[in-house]
Structure formats: structure tokens, C-alpha cells
Design a protein around this ligand. Structure first.
Ligand SMILES: Cc1ncc(COP(=O)(O)O)c(C=O)c1O
Length: 327
């Protein structure tokens, strides 16, 4: 069995086999130099101190050094001791980087799903983060309330009622890692409550359907026309996932009659509407349409996210829940 020493700042594994410890030491040092673990120019300890370090005879180390000098791995000069030779490491020639075809950047990138990342308010965010961290008690760095920090839930409740017409109470808000995390949490809860399927929109995001499938729910797509998603025939459904502010990816808001119809369905059947309000704040021609949850907070879960209004990398989302779902 060989032995490993940590010496010279590198691990040297010496095998005292074959012609013995000298061969093992020479191989270990050669390998350390070849691999670059002992950098060119590094001064090696004197044969006396390395011998003490490794617990071997001084001559063994001296002979090993001499072998490596003869091979060109080390240099030995009067007055400057034994060093790793300057050109001892053979580096592979750098590979030319594969040429990439220049991609023309569009003047206006209309691909859905990603906000303008250059617009992120970095300075304001830094200032706010600094202020919050300076004032936060130590206890704020712990696990805390599973629903999230009360300061954040309180601020969100105010914002959501002002900007989105959500009937929000901090006690019924749960902070999560973006919409996707919130949907995953809800999917698991609904499955545990006995649901086997959930109605979804046609052309919706298949990654979100996959999250629901992983919770054990089947997804049943609903028809779609110029008024938005048609929820009139949801026989047997107990929950539906909608993007009422802007149908994703078609962009059309759910028509007021359809909004009323889905709320009526929920009240009649005890069904649950999942309102994916991912970009409800955005509107260029008139006031944004209020969130569906404002019509009936007992039957609608409002799912929000900062992925569009700020940046997806924040992974910041929230659920505003009917009382029966908070626990
Ligand atoms: C329809 C829809 N819902 C929700 C989201 C946001 O998901 P998350 O908050 O997980 O980033 C997106 C993002 O692209 C989306 O397109």
C-alpha cells in the first residue's frame, strides 16, 4: 500500500514498491510537475527537510531529485536550490474557439416569456435591499413563517389591492419561488384533496402542465376563441387554471361574460379557479383589467409573480388563497 503525504502544498502519493521508495517518490514528483500541481519555478525543500517530512532517508530524496534534474523536470543551481523547470509543463495548444455565426439582434424582441432584462431597476433594488438588510432583525435570517416574511406579505397585500383589485389579506398570502413553485404547491394540495384532473387553456404553457402532471393531475384543455377561453363546458371539472388578464400566448383578455361565467361555475359547483396573473400589470391602451380574484376571493386563488414586472431570476411569486387552502 502506498502512502499519501501532504507536502510542498500538494498531495504526494508514494508507492514503496518495485525498486522501492525512491522510484515511488520520483514518480510522484514527476507527476506533480507534469500535471502542473507543482508550478514552474517552485522551489522544492532541501533534500534533508523533505526526507524528514516524508520519513525517508535523505539520500533517497537527493537521488530522486537528481533523477528528475537529469530528465529535465527540475533544475538544480548552486545558491538557488532545486526548482521546478520553467518549461516542464507541456500545455496543450489552445483550441481555436468555434466560429459562431453572427446573429442579427432584432430591434424589438417580441418573443413572449422574457421581460426586457436591461430595464431591471438595479440601483433602486440595491438601495432597497441595503435598507431592508440593515433594518432586519437577526431572526429575519431564520426559517421563519412558512408563508414568508410578514413585511413582504403586508407590502404585497397593499400593492395587489391597489394595482390589481385583489382582495388580499397578509394572513392569506403565501410567498413562493415564482408562479411555477406556487402551482406545484397547489397541484399537490389539490391531488391530496382528491382531484384527479384540472381544466387548462389550449395553447397554454406545457411546462406548467408538466408540473401538474407530476402532482398526479391530468390536464384537460378547454376550447378558445376571440373572447378568450371558453369555460362553459367543464362537466366534472373541480378546478381550472386560467390566464384571464392576457391569455398566454394569444394575449386576449378574458371577456367580461366569460369572467362572470367562470365565477358562476365556481360558486355553483364549489370549484376552484387558479388565476395565473403573470403580467396583469401590463397594458398600453387603457387601465389594466382587475384580477379575477377580486370577484370572489373564496373561489379563486390569485397566483402572481415578479418574473415579468421585475426579473425571472428573482424567483419571487405569491399565492393569495381562500381561507380553506392556507394551512
Ligand atoms: C403564462 C405564464 N405564467 C406564469 C409565468 C411566470 O412563471 P414564474 O413565476 O415561475 O417565472 C410565465 C412566465 O413566462 C408565463 O408565461
Amino acid at each position: 500500500m502506498g502512502k499519501t503525504w501532504a507536502t510542498l502544498g500538494v498531495d504526494l502519493h508514494v508507492e514503496p514498491t518495485g525498486s522501492g521508495i525512491r522510484k515511488g517518490l520520483t514518480e510522484a514528483l514527476r507527476e506533480a510537475v507534469r500535471s502542473g500541481r507543482l508550478a514552474p519555478g517552485t522551489r522544492l525543500p532541501s533534500s534533508r527537510s523533505l526526507a524528514v517530512d516524508l520519513g525517508v532517508a535523505r539520500n533517497t530524496v537527493a537521488e530522486s531529485y537528481a533523477d528528475l534534474v537529469a530528465e529535465g523536470w527540475l533544475t538544480a543551481r548552486q545558491g538557488s536550490g532545486t526548482r521546478v523547470a520553467e518549461r516542464s509543463v507541456v500545455r496543450p495548444a489552445p483550441q481555436a474557439a468555434p466560429r459562431r455565426r453572427e446573429q442579427a439582434r432584432p430591434a424589438y424582441d417580441l418573443v413572449p416569456g422574457r421581460p426586457d432584462l436591461a430595464s431591471f431597476p438595479r440601483a433602486a433594488w440595491l438601495k432597497a435591499a441595503r435598507r431592508a438588510l440593515t433594518r432586519a432583525p437577526h431572526e429575519a435570517l431564520g426559517y421563519g413563517d412558512p408563508r414568508g416574511r410578514p413585511e413582504l406579505r403586508t407590502a404585497l397585500a397593499g400593492y395587489l389591492s391597489r394595482a390589481r383589485g385583489v382582495r388580499a389579506d397578509p394572513e392569506r398570502i403565501v410567498i413562493c419561488s415564482g408562479f411555477s413553485d406556487g402551482l406545484t404547491l397547489l397541484g399537490a394540495v389539490l391531488r391530496r384533496r382528491g382531484l384527479r384532473s384540472i381544466a387548462v387553456e389550449s395553447y397554454g404553457l406545457d411546462v406548467h402542465w408538466t408540473l401538474l402532471h407530476r402532482s398526479g393531475l391530468r390536464t384537460v384543455p378547454l376550447p378558445f376563441d376571440e373572447l378568450g377561453t371558453d369555460t362553459r363546458d367543464m362537466t366534472g371539472a373541480r378546478a381550472v387554471l386560467l390566464t384571464p388578464a392576457h391569455q398566454f400566448p394569444m394575449g386576449v383578455p378574458l371577456h367580461p361574460d366569460r369572467r362572470a361565467a367562470v365565477i358562476a361555475w365556481a360558486r355553483r359547483t364549489g370549484g376552484l379557479v387558479l388565476d395565473d396573473d403573470y403580467d396583469g400589470e401590463f397594458r398600453y391602451d387603457r387601465q389594466p383589467v382587475g384580477a379575477l380574484q377580486g370577484l370572489d376571493p373564496g373561489h379563486v386563488v390569485h397566483l402572481g409573480t415578479a418574473s415579468k414586472s421585475l426579473a425571472p431570476a428573482l424567483r419571487l411569486g405569491w399565492l393569495v388563497l381562500p381561507p380553506s387552502l392556507v394551512d
